[in-house]
Design a protein around this ligand. Structure first.
Ligand code: FES
Ligand SMILES: [Fe+2]
Length: 390
């Protein structure tokens, strides 16, 4: 990740008046200051102060079995979650306790009983404890029990693997709050992944989240999506926890979001959903980096990984019920292909925005009445900023 050439001393260099302007009621609010999208020092601050609290690493099915691991880069840091022989998911710093080498390099993988450092072959049990350290027998006062992998606070909530690098965030249940009710209704914790892809987007991570939180751009940018649901349909949802979002209603005749006008699927709806849920898609942002889209018959999860102020890696994955995936005619292509098209349309406008916002002399814009969820997301960001700015 790019680091600032300026010595910031960990301070956030934004004008508090600009941030307070975002925190106004939406009718009076201004958008986040342009510097928040382009200044490397702001991103550095966000990695230390926003991405150090609860973030979503991915979906629990990826680490369903003992020895499965899921690794992510979080700014200059790296963390992996791994399931122990006891079935418990734990997260560790991806740094060997000998000389600090990265232990895993791939995003996902599986080991049988132990995970071994590629440098000098120290190896660790699936619960992180050090079990073999070659050539350390004659070292004075070397207690293997003190050199297990450094564990990071983690939790699995509603099927999402969360980590708290700083270790001081509120309880994970408070972070997710009432969003858990939605995750549970869609059985997110028991779904399995059928597809996944990664995009490199030349835009700030917040711009990508803002774009996800409104559909005013849908008629112009997403003709395929707009044919399946009216861009002003549905409602915002409110509740406890650090999330925002709401629903959109599927048009008459559309079964889901997919190619083939939304009915190129033989998948049944997710068990237990009511009529209105089967006719809707719910789009939620769990602050800061997870975008969870609940469809009648599948769930899509985007996770955002900032690489630079103007560059974000976006992981997009599609999850289905295991019974549905076991059907002989199961095919996720309609959903994955549809969203790949829509994703790329979104990245295009996010990149246009990034290039406009960085223009010298540009000042923050205003929210339309239909951008309440964008404002709610920006408020979650601005609340973090104002904690530091006073
Ligand atoms: S750095 Fe891992 S074994 Fe030496
Ligand atoms: Fe979009």
């Amino acid at each position: 990740m790019a680091t600032s050439a300026v010595a910031t001393n960990g301070k956030l260099h934004l004008d508090p008046a600009d941030v307070r302007a975002t925190l106004q009621p939406v009718e009076r609010a201004s958008m986040l200051p342009p510097a928040a999208f382009v200044d490397p020092a702001v991103l550095e601050w966000e990695m230390d102060n926003v991405f150090s609290g609860w973030i979503c690493l991915g979906h629990a099915s990826v680490v369903a079995e003992p020895g499965n691991w899921l690794m992510r880069e979080i700014g200059p840091s790296s963390v992996f979650a791994m399931t122990g022989a006891d079935g418990v998911v734990r997260a560790f710093l991806n740094a060997c306790r000998h000389r600090g080498a990265r232990i895993v390099e791939e995003t996902e993988g599986k080991v049988r009983r132990r995970i071994q450092c590629p440098y000098h072959a120290w190896s660790y049990d699936l619960d992180g404890s050090l079990v073999a350290a070659p050539h350390m027998d004659e070292v004075e006062n070397f207690d293997r029990g003190c050199f297990g992998l450094i564990e990071v606070r983690s939790a699995v909530v509603g099927g999402l693997v969360l980590v708290d690098l700083g270790g001081e965030a509120p309880e994970p249940a408070d972070h997710v709050g009432d969003l858990l009710g939605f995750l549970d209704r869609w059985h997110v914790g028991s779904l399995q992944r059928a597809r996944g892809t990664v995009y490199e987007v030349e835009a700030n991570w917040k711009g990508i989240a803002e774009n996800y939180n409104e559909c005013l751009h849908c008629p112009g940018v997403h003709p395929e999506l707009n044919a399946l649901s009216d861009y002003r349909s549905g409602d915002s949802q409110f509740g406890s926890g650090r999330w925002c979002g709401g629903s959109m209603t599927l048009n008459e005749g559309a079964d889901t979001m997919g190619t083939g006008e939304g009915h190129a699927t033989t998948r049944p709806p997710i068990a237990g959903l009511d009529e209105s849920e089967v006719n809707s898609v719910y789009y939620f942002s769990l602050f800061p980096n997870a975008l969870v889209s609940l469809h009648p018959d599948y769930v899509m999860l985007h996770t955002l990984w900032p690489k630079a102020p103007d560059r974000t890696e976006v992981t997009c994955e599609w999850f289905f019920e295991p019974e549905t995936m076991a059907r002989p005619d199961f095919d996720p292509s309609d959903a994955a292909d549809f969203w790949d098209t829509v994703n790329r349309q979104d990245w295009y406008v996010c990149e246009l925005t990034q290039r406009g916002v960085r223009t010298k002399g540009y000042t923050a814009g205003r929210y339309s009445a239909d951008e309440g969820d964008v404002h709610r997301f920006d408020t979650l960001v601005a609340e973090k900023y104002i904690e530091a700015l006073g």
